[in-house]
Design a binder for this molecule. Structure first.
Ligand code: CA
Length: 417
């Protein structure tokens, strides 16, 4: 596949992300992205391209949701990955059979890859936490536990699903309480990850085993309605300001594909050392990832004028204070049960410099500093605005791997009755 070997290819042979797609006129099914094609796993099983553990894994990933594969764990995913890599290598004996199992990605609809039954969103950028804090200070518990809240799983959607601006309650300019269209619609640029095999109620996953329970990663937009969120947030935390919708990129980049891009856990000041139940030598030496992330913004006027979208944020997952394994171990440390396909959001991944601030509440300083979009000015999202996230892992000596995109456009609020 020449398209998999281009220097800027998102899906080279080293990536092989998993997803669920619908070919034109067909039903949803599991597949693997390669270049500008998708390997239909069910068709490949029927064609006899797999055997042994890889065949079991391919069958588990062939349906309309990948949960059965996630439940099998990362060894199964690894067997599938090796087999797909062999099949798709140029000159392999299976080449002509494999070609018959490839769909043109441009002709397919990409769907939510997993049935998500729980969604949890964390707060792992201290830069974001500080700028969102009313006092500018980190919460007192920030350095000792990965802070999180339980999100809404029923409103997780695949990239491309438009966001209807919510109606909700908030204080108006004169301080009176109004119910109406959210005036400060925001995005939050996050990384998502899916739980593989879970745990039983009452049985924590120790930090040393936590990394292997993470199946793979995606881009995640935690759409945030700020006026609603800030009004409702005390004392129980986020509710309707967050449950409007969460968007994810449709391809799951496996933990194995990202292994070359590992970083040591972030070095912390001595007075902020992590507690023992969140410290594991392997996780400390390689539990973080270097991963470039960006957010592009296009307005209706920009699209009409044919202008290119404007990149408003470039950041890196390497800014995270906590590793994914620490988030997962902490989540289960009270015995909380996780299931295959549970979705974790890392929280907004803002870095220190303005260009790396990863939501509009930061970029517009909560509405006080308008953002210049080349002739247009914004503090928050207007109807018709579209936000596109992209992600890429790159490191000297390795073929970069991409995440595809996570796209969403704002639709006008429903009229009030
Ligand atoms: Ca968030």
């Amino acid at each position: 596949m020449d398209s998999a070997n281009l220097p800027d290819a998102q899906f080279p042979l080293q990536n092989l992300p998993l997803g669920v797609f619908r070919p034109a006129g067909g039903s949803p099914r599991g597949g693997v992205a390669i270049g500008d094609r998708i390997l239909d796993l069910g068709a490949a099983v029927e064609a006899g391209l797999f055997a042994g553990d890889a065949e079991d894994a391919a069958r588990a990933a062939a349906g309309a949701e990948l949960n059965p594969l996630l439940a099998l764990g990362n060894e199964a995913a690894s067997a599938l990955r090796r087999a797909v890599s062999d099949i798709l290598t140029r000159g392999s004996g299976a080449e002509s059979t494999a070609r018959a199992c490839l769909a043109n990605a441009a002709d397919c609809e990409l769907l939510l890859p997993v049935r998500v039954r729980s969604f949890t969103d964390f707060l792992c950028s201290d830069e974001h936490a500080k700028r969102m804090s009313p006092t500018g200070a980190l919460p007192r518990n920030y350095a000792s536990i990965p802070i999180a809240y339980h999100g809404r799983a029923t409103t997780v959607r695949a990239s491309g699903t438009p966001l209807r601006r919510p109606n909700g309650q908030y204080p108006g300019p004169d301080g009176s309480i109004v119910y109406g269209p959210e005036p400060s619609q925001d995005f939050e640029l996050e990384l998502g990850f899916y739980v593989g095999p879970g745990n039983r109620l009452g049985e924590p996953i120790p930090i040393g085993q936590a990394r292997d329970r993470i199946f793979g990663y995606c881009l995640l937009n935690d759409w945030s309605a700020r006026a609603i969120q800030f009004w409702e947030g005390q004392p129980l935390g986020p509710f309707l300001g967050k449950s409007l919708m969460t968007s994810v990129s449709p391809w799951i980049v496996t933990a194995e594909a990202l292994a070359p891009f590992a970083l040591p856990a972030r070095r912390k000041p001595p007075d902020a050392a992590s507690p023992p139940h969140l410290v594991d030598p392997d996780d400390q030496s390689s539990g973080r990832l270097t991963l470039e992330l960006s957010a592009d913004w296009a307005t209706e006027a920009m699209r009409l004028a044919g202008s290119a979208p404007q990149t408003v944020t470039r950041t890196d997952f390497g800014t995270a204070w906590w590793t994914p394994a620490q988030m997962l171990a902490h989540h289960t440390s009270n015995g909380c049960e996780l299931e295959p396909g549970d979705l974790f959001g890392t929280g907004t991944l803002s870095g220190p410099e303005r260009g790396s601030w990863a939501c509009l509440a930061e970029l517009s300083e909560k509405g006080k500093a308008p953002i210049d979009l080349g002739g247009e000015s914004r503090t928050f999202l207007e109807d018709g605005d579209e936000i596109v996230f992209r992600g890429r892992a790159a490191k000297e000596g390795f073929v970069p791997v991409g995440f595809g995109e996570c796209r969403g456009r704002i639709l006008p609020a429903l009229p009030l009755a």
